[in-house]
Write a protein that binds this ligand. Structure first.
Ligand SMILES: [Zn+2]
Length: 379
């Protein structure tokens, strides 16, 4: 035993951050938030799909979902879904993916190298879901709690070999085929040279900064470049209605926009950021915030029976392992085993017609093809 003690002491001295990353975190959610009871209308049946709502909880592995489920007194909208699979997340060149390669896999159906946003490893442009469907007459939209230039939303509108090429990515944003884009933040655009907001306006976007102004707007194309406080974590001041309200507006706006149907990406980005920070409260609260947007998507799907909702993560973040807790008190505990991403497969939940196509263990690129096939039902 003595020998192991000496080894542990040596490990602490040599790798203080590695050991710190495994410190136990405990969080108790003060009170539970309501959960939406789905009607399961057309759930998992072989019927036409008109709309697709594609929801990415960035970094949301099974433990992240479970921590929110147990903290919320054992109930979560996501946890009510019946069609569940697992997604393998490896990128073209790495065992552990980043959000750029993972987002590109979902957006284009192609594996690429880490860092690439909407391009192959060699740099050539890969056509994304937004472009493919817009060309066929669908309305399309992108909603995120991240910077609008973040790798996940950018995979659905940009084509750049490096995710850090923010200026080029924002230039691509002005040229997007999407009808509605929402992300943060005003200060990102203020830091950029070249009048990026003017460029959005020149490409037909009505630009707003306060999400509460959306319902009053009559516009052909809308860019919500959110206020800086809406770029924060919920526990640091983001309005806890932001993602839900913007998602609800986006569904209505896109549904009104095209009789053909729509494709909408909704990203809960801060789950990943909280997990990178090894912040269990942040993981729970951001996952619960995302769950409210999920409830809104299911409510919309139930209103028409022609909407496929796919909810997944791009990868797991933090290597989160849950420990003891208490469901009736809403107390959870856990240890993060890293401050980066992990290779653990992530759950995919689906709802609506063709939801059963998302069961099994799937490669991330396969998600793209199953969505495309569901939209081509009977054609
Ligand atoms: Zn990340």
């Amino acid at each position: 035993m003595k020998k192991y003690g000496a080894v542990l002491l040596l490990a602490i001295l040599l790798f203080p951050t590695a050991v710190k990353a495994q410190e136990e975190k405990v969080y108790t959610l003060p009170s539970a938030q309501p959960v939406y009871e789905p009607t399961y209308r057309n759930d998992g049946i072989d019927a036409p799909v008109k709309n697709v709502i594609f929801m990415v909880g960035d970094g949301m592995g099974l433990a992240h979902m479970a921590s929110a489920l147990y903290a919320n007194r054992g109930d979560l909208t996501i946890a009510r879904l019946h069609h569940i699979g697992l997604v393998r997340t490896q990128s073209g060149n790495r065992y552990i993916t980043d959000s750029a390669a993972a987002g590109t896999a979902y957006a284009t159906g192609r594996k690429t190298d880490n860092n690439c946003v909407g391009t192959a490893a060699a740099g050539d442009t890969l056509e994304n879901m937004t472009e493919i469907l817009a060309a066929r007459g669908y309305a399309t939209g992108i909603v995120t709690t991240d910077k609008i230039s973040g790798a996940t939303p950018a995979a659905f509108y940009a084509h750049q070999p490096k995710r850090s090429m923010t200026a080029e990515i924002l230039t691509d944003l002005a040229h997007t085929r999407a009808d509605f884009v929402a992300g943060s933040s005003v200060s990102l655009f203020e830091k950029m040279e070249g009048g990026k907001l003017d460029s959005l306006r020149a490409h037909g976007f009505t630009v707003v900064h306060d999400f509460r102004a959306l319902p009053e707007l009559a516009a052909d194309k809308i860019a919500l470049i959110a206020c800086d406080r809406d770029a924060e974590w919920v526990q640091n001041g983001r309005d806890s209605d932001y993602l839900r309200a913007v998602s609800e507006f986006a569904m209505k706006f896109l549904a009104d926009k095209s009789d053909k149907g729509f494709f909408l990406l909704i990203e809960g980005a801060e789950i990943d950021h909280a997990a990178h920070g090894n912040d269990l409260e942040g993981v729970v609260r951001e996952t619960l915030d995302f769950d409210k947007a999920v409830a809104e998507a299911l409510r919309f799907a139930d209103s028409n029976g022609e909407t496929l909702v796919v909810i997944l993560a791009d990868h797991e973040t933090g290597g989160l392992a849950l420990g003891d807790g208490d469901v009736s008190e809403g107390r959870v505990s856990g240890r993060f085993t890293s401050t980066g991403h992990s290779p653990v497969p992530v759950p995919v939940y689906a709802y609506g017609p063709h939801a059963d196509d998302f069961c099994g263990v799937l490669e991330n690129t396969e998600i793209f093809f199953r969505i495309r096939a569901a939209l081509q039902h009977g054609r």
